[in-house]
Design a protein around this ligand. Structure first.
Ligand code: ADP
Length: 345
């Protein structure tokens, strides 16, 4: 877009592109004052123009918003150049404006990516700091006499072990996440009988439920089969059921249900635990997001993020419903395994 304004804020000449942004023809724009053409923005643009007219110096490469006549917002990069008459007096300003909306959008996305990257490194360092500090602290305690402290030394060693376990867990989660994000993961898809799979997993989780005083129940039709990678699918179950037990109360329950839904199998992990408030609910699948920062020592805030990545890699979806104080339901939809009815001749 190109236009030429005089000192009186009147557009004397413009090209078609400039007129089109106002939804007008060139002849309807030329000769009119900016205040008549775009009353709301005229003042702001005038300030810029005046600076150029008064200083006699061009102002180049300014990125500014531009509202089109139909309400759409664009970004333009403008060059304002003072225009002189034959006598060398400044009589107005010539403006060149280039639509850079797409470029600006791409830059914004890039900047956001860089910010998340920085945030990620900060988060990871933060997560590592606590266990490392504890391990160092208790190792030092042992070295400086703790080894002789018969009453406490085994407790110190246990603390070191717990924190080392946490570090290992963190590293494993980060590695899983990185391979899922890099897209190099090769899923070994196979039909998995849901009822048997859950039954087997439920057996292994019994000590956990007993300790938490939570009852685990499931009702899954024996015919249901999903098409999934066993290892990753187990990770999904472990995480969802583990959370349902962890964020629960004594006497609470966890229920697993499943049903066939067109080409999908919907698996629901439901609990009557502490629930999640509407402010936190939309963010629980975010990387490192924890509702209660000081919560359980095993909590990294990576679990659900990884779960979602796994489900998406399978071509499925996951979402959560919850009521604070009442409980939550995590719904997973995965492609069903459908046995071909006919063999090829
Ligand atoms: P982590 O459990 O390691 O903190 P997750 O990504 O698994 O991380 O979960 C994120 C957060 O979502 C948890 O910190 C917890 O506050 C909340 N959350 C997850 N599952 C449940 C649940 N079943 N009931 C209540 N809150 C939950």
């Amino acid at each position: 877009m190109i236009w030429f304004k005089d000192r009186d804020n009147r557009i004397l000449r413009c090209n078609r592109a400039a007129a089109q942004t106002l939804g007008l023809r060139v002849e309807d724009v030329q000769g009119k004052r900016a205040e008549e053409l775009y009353p709301e923005e005229a003042e702001a643009y005038l300030k810029e123009d005046r600076e150029v007219i008064e200083s006699g110096r061009p102002k180049l490469g300014v990125i500014e918003p531009l509202a089109l006549f139909d309400g759409t917002k664009r970004w333009v990069q403008t060059d304002r150049i003072p225009h002189r008459n034959a006598a060398g007096e400044i009589v107005g300003v010539i403006v060149f404006a280039l639509d850079v909306t797409e470029r600006k959008r791409a830059e914004d996305v890039l900047r956001e990516g860089e910010m998340t990257q920085r945030e990620f490194v900060a988060n990871v360092s933060h997560e590592f700091r606590t266990p490392v500090a504890a391990i160092k602290g208790f190792a030092e305690t042992l070295r400086l006499g703790g080894l002789e402290d018969r009453q406490n030394r085994s407790r110190f060693v246990r603390i070191i072990e717990n924190h080392a376990n946490r570090l290992q867990w963190l590293i494993e989660e980060l590695l899983t996440l990185s391979s899922l994000e890099s897209g190099v993961v090769k899923l070994r898809l196979e039909p998995i009988g849901l009822a048997d799979f859950v039954l087997e997993y439920a057996g292994s989780v019994q000590p956990l439920t007993r300790r938490a005083g939570v009852e685990l129940r499931w009702r899954i039709p024996s015919s249901l089969r999903v098409l999934a990678d066993q290892g990753y699918f187990l990770q999904v179950l472990e995480n969802l059921i583990g959370n349902a037990i962890k964020y629960n109360r004594k006497g609470g329950w966890v229920r697993i249900e499943a049903a066939r839904l067109c080409g999908f199998v919907e698996l629901v992990v439901r609990d009557n635990g502490i629930g999640i408030s509407p402010t936190h609910l939309p963010r629980i699948f975010d990387r490192f997001y924890r509702v209660n920062k000081g919560a359980a020592s095993g909590a990294t805030g990576l679990g659900l993020h990884i779960v979602r990545k796994i489900i998406e890699a399978h071509g499925g979806v996951i979402w959560a419903e919850s009521k604070l104080g009442r409980g939550s339901a995590f719904r997973v939809r995965l492609p069903a395994f459908i046995k071909a009815k006919y063999n090829r001749a």
